[in-house]
Design a protein around this ligand. Structure first.
Ligand code: AHG
Ligand code: MN
Ligand code: MN
Length: 329
């Protein structure tokens, strides 16, 4: 391990390898790191202050908004819009695109994010996270929703912050996946997981089995196959995508929130959850699919579009895909 390598230093070094780079991206990323530290602090003391529980309203997906969701959402927006690096943002919690306040200069990036993933776990002290995706845009043009509707292959960076026994920042800019752990005494994210590679095959499967009565036949057959496999698969499901994903990234395995009879498009959102994690998993040598299509090739039609997601170790995802032919009864 490279002791004392902070996230900001690491980025600077990455950037120096890009000829002609002016450091805009590094400065932008530093704002992101500040937002991550502030949200991490609030999550860690959530039980001590009046920030737990429901805010009393629903978000655009009809889900109950938790107070910490709202906090993380507005903290992200406030921290990021000043910098002059962004033209706009899109949040899982907000219906419309967010244009950067005209008081601030506009920049060439767009930030899309799930401010708090796994919100149903907040009140019970279980790992949650923030997921983000970064796209480029033309700062001269009038910004519309269309500027955000880009296939995942166009992301320039994606990452997540996992608030857990430690806080971790994991990201990719298309040159491998790197993980940093927040040292609370130093107040910095330090390099702890350089160039993460997901095992080609794992032994973990993660799916909400409570939905099994709605599953399409292919999903039932696949899960049955894993249960009877001599490799001794084990089930692990936190219910926070970011935590389930992180575990499988490090240990190998497959996470599924597939299309089923109740939700034909699955549950997870393409732009805030599936795309960023798919970029990361591919950079780590894994795979992400809807069952028959690569997630990163999907051209979104709507900002809050949902998508079926099968993500993780390459061979496991390929095996799950091979059951797609049995999707109809
Ligand atoms: P969010 O908290 O951002 O709304 O996301 C919740 C998601 C995801 O974190 C998790 O994998 C999934 O919902 C769990 O859903 P089920 O409770 O239906 O299994
Ligand atoms: Mn989420
Ligand atoms: Mn969320």
């Amino acid at each position: 391990m490279n002791i004392g390598m902070t996230l900001t230093k690491f980025l600077l070094e990455e950037q120096r390898r890009v000829p002609g780079s002016k450091g805009n991206f590094t400065a932008f990323f530093s704002d992101l790191v500040v937002a991550a530290k502030i949200i991490s602090r609030e999550v860690n003391r959530a039980g001590l202050i009046d920030i737990l529980g429901a805010a009393g309203n629903q978000n655009v997906h009809g889900e109950e908004v938790q107070k910490l969701d709202e906090y993380a959402n507005s903290m992200f927006i406030k921290t990021m819009e000043h910098g002059g690096h962004l033209s706009g943002m899109a949040s899982e919690e907000i219906d419309e695109i967010i244009k950067v306040d005209p008081r601030y200069p506009r920049g060439k990036y767009l930030l899309l994010f799930d401010p708090l993933d796994g919100s149903s776990n907040i009140d019970v002290n279980i790992s949650v996270g923030t997921i983000f995706s970064i796209l480029k845009c033309n700062p001269e043009c009038d910004l519309t929703e269309k500027d955000f509707l880009k296939a995942g292959v166009e992301q320039v960076c994606a990452g997540y912050i996992l608030y857990s026994s430690s806080t971790m920042f994991v990201y990719t800019t298309g040159h491998g996946v790197h993980g940093f752990t927040l040292d609370p005494n130093v107040g910095e994210f330090l390099l702890s997981h350089e160039n993460i590679r997901i095992p080609e095959r794992g032994k973990i499967y993660s799916i909400n089995e409570g939905n099994s009565r709605h599953w399409l036949p292919g999903t039932s057959l696949y899960i049955e196959k894993l249960k009877n496999d001599e490799k001794n698969y084990t089930a692990r499901y936190v219910g926070s995508l970011v935590a389930d994903f992180h575990r499988n990234l490090l240990k190998g395995g497959v996470f599924l929130y597939p299309a089923d009879r109740k939700s034909i498009n699955g549950k997870l959102r393409l732009l805030y959850e599936a795309n960023p994690l798919s970029f990361i998993v591919e950079q780590a040598g894994g795979k992400a699919s809807t069952g028959d299509k690569r997630i990163l090739d999907i051209v979104p039609e709507k900002l809050h579009q949902r998508v079926p997601l099968i993500i993780g170790s390459k061979k496991d995802v390929e095996e799950a895909e091979s059951f797609w032919q049995y999707r109809e009864a």
